[in-house]
Design a protein around this ligand. Sequence first.
Ligand code: BTN
Length: 248
Amino acid sequence: MMELPPLWKRFPRIHSTNDSIHEAAREGAPEGTTHLADRQTRGRGRQDRPWWDSPGSSVLFSTLLRPRIEVERTLGLSLVAGKAARQALARHLRRPLQLYWPNDLYLDARRKVGGILCEMRQEGAQYWIALGIGINLDFRGADIPSELRGQVACLGEMGYPVDSGTVTTARRVLEAFWPLYERFQAGESLASLVDQDLAHVGQRVTVHDGHRPAFAGVVSGLGTQGELLVRDDRGVEHAILAGDVIYE
Ligand code: BTN
C-alpha cells in the first residue's frame, strides 16, 4: 500500500471521516490532519443527506482546518476547496469539472461527480473545520443504487487515470487547496478567488431557501461570505446563504 504523507491516516472502513476528524480535533490534532477512507458506513453530505460510496473507488477524505479568519467567512471554504479540486484535476481530465454553488462538482450539468462538506465545531474560544471531500473515481463494477442512476458520474468517464488511486487523487486536491486557503486567509475575496470557476454566473436559477417562496433570478456572483447573489426579475439582488438552488 502506498506510503501516506505525514499527518495522514487511512481507514479501510469508518462511519465518516468528518466524524473522525472532529474527534482528532478535540484531542488537539494539528491543522492538516487528514483521514482517508476506503469505505464509509455513515458518510453524509450537506443537509445530512447520506453520501453513497463505491467501496474502494470513491475518494473519501477529510482534513482538519484551524482557520485564523472570522467564523462568518468560513462558509466560503467549500468553494475554495471546490476550486482546488477543479484546478488539481483539470490537467488529468478530458472534460471540465463544473463547480456548483455551494459545494458540488458536476459533469455535463446533470451528473454529480463530487461534493464538499465543511463542518464547523466550536469549543470554548476555539473553532475548527472538518473539510470533507467525496469524489467518485471509478464506477466500473460499482453497484449504483437505482435512485442515483443517471445522476452521478465518475472521474474515470472524464478521461482521468483511475489507476492514480484514491490517495494520489486526494493528495492532488489538497496540494492545490493549501495555497488557495492561504490566499483566502490573507484576505483575498472569494469573488476574486472563485467567481471565474463558478458555473452559472449570468445564468438563470430557481432558489428554494426556506425563508421565502421559491423565486427565479439570474446569478450575479458571490458575496463576501460565500453567499450566492441572485438578482430577481424585479432587479432586486438576494444573498443566498443556504438552501437549494435549481439550475436551469
Ligand atoms: C455533499 O455533496 O453534500 C457533500 C458530500 C461530502 C462527502 C464527504 S466524503 C468524506 C467526508 N465524510 C463524510 O461523511 N462526508 C464527506
